[in-house]
Design a protein around this ligand. Structure first.
Ligand SMILES: Nc1ncnc2c1ncn2[C@@H]1O[C@H](COP(=O)(O)OP(=O)(O)O)[C@@H](O)[C@H]1O
Ligand SMILES: [Mg+2]
Length: 275
């Protein structure tokens, strides 16, 4: 593939007023070839996601959720079909171009947190900023601000083993936020958490939606999908259901500080007080 100046026409992460959908997939197919075995993991998916959406992708094991998330997240490319992200066709980019789009547009949260174990929360959050040519003072300030957004400003010097599962996932969310990408993609973010801490994490994610961040969540649990405004169900690589709902609000006493903090931030964002 020809080398293109990667800075030339990359989508800008902060164009919230840009017209058109944030994500526009048409006829997306993904086929895996393994020897004689052909698996059509996605068999022709059309999906439009608006800016600021809160969407859960559901489906049984093997339905194509992770394949879908990988393509949405620019980690993989479709065998067929087109994918426009923030108005730019990203379905035929080189690996380097994809990585660049990813860095600007998307923060990832995984089931297993993926934190470095001997490293403090603050340093874990700073990690994505390491290769951006920022001074250590600026990196530190941005990591502190990201930890603040998930209600963990007083836990920056803790290592993961000094934090609860829910707190570790909140550190991972702060790490996903630190580059100020407009989209957060979370693949089974509550899969390793108990019910109580799941609320904590969902409260944070709902707080981010209230601040205008687009949250795409993959889950096989209806209880977790209930926190999203829109639920898209996959089956055998096809969308079989697409509905909007009134989300359950994560919060109350279950989520404690995290919810209170998220609510506070949401109120500030709604009032236009947030940067
Ligand atoms: N790298 C791969 N190579 C071959 N087959 C794969 C690969 N990844 C997923 N598949 C197959 O594609 C289908 C969809 O998988 P996946 O997207 O992981 O579903 P889900 O996340 O919903 O469980 C499954 O049949 C799975 O076995
Ligand atoms: Mg999966």
């Amino acid at each position: 593939m020809a080398l293109v100046d990667p800075g030339a026409s990359l989508p800008s992460p902060r164009r919230a007023d840009r017209p058109g959908a944030l994500i526009e997939m048409r006829g997306i197919e993904r086929t895996y070839y393994m020897g004689d075995n052909v698996v059509r993991a996605l068999a022709g998916v059309d999906l439009t996601i608006e800016r600021g959406a809160s969407i859960a992708i559901m489906g049984q094991s093997g339905s194509g959720k992770s394949t879908m998330m990988n393509i949405l997240g620019c980690l993989d490319q479709p065998t067929k079909g087109t994918y426009a992200l923030d108005g730019r066709d990203v379905s035929r980019l080189s690996r380097a171009e994809l990585a660049s789009v990813r860095g600007r547009m998307i923060g990832f949260v995984f089931q297993s947190f993926n934190l470095l174990s001997r490293t403090t929360a603050l340093e874990n959050v700073e990690m994505p900023l390491l290769y951006q040519g920022l001074s250590s003072r600026v990196r530190r300030a941005r990591a502190e601000a990201a930890l603040e957004r998930v209600g963990l400003h007083n836990r920056g010097d803790h290592t993961p083993n000094q934090l609860s599962g829910g707190q570790q996932q909140r550190v991972a969310i702060a790490r996903a936020l630190v580059c100020e990408a407009p989209i957060i993609m979370a693949d089974e973010p509550t899969g390793n958490l108990d019910t109580r801490t799941s609320y904590e994490v969902m409260a944070i994610l709902q707080g981010l939606v209230a601040q205008g961040i687009t949250v795409v969540l993959v889950t096989h649990e209806p209880d977790i999908a209930a926190y999203a405004r829109r639920v898209v169900t996959l089956r055998d690589g096809l969308v079989t259901e697409d509905r909007t709902q009134t989300p359950v609000i994560a919060g109350g006493s279950m989520a404690g500080d995290a919810a209170a903090h998220a609510a506070e931030q949401a109120a500030a964002a709604a009032a236009g007080a947030h940067p």
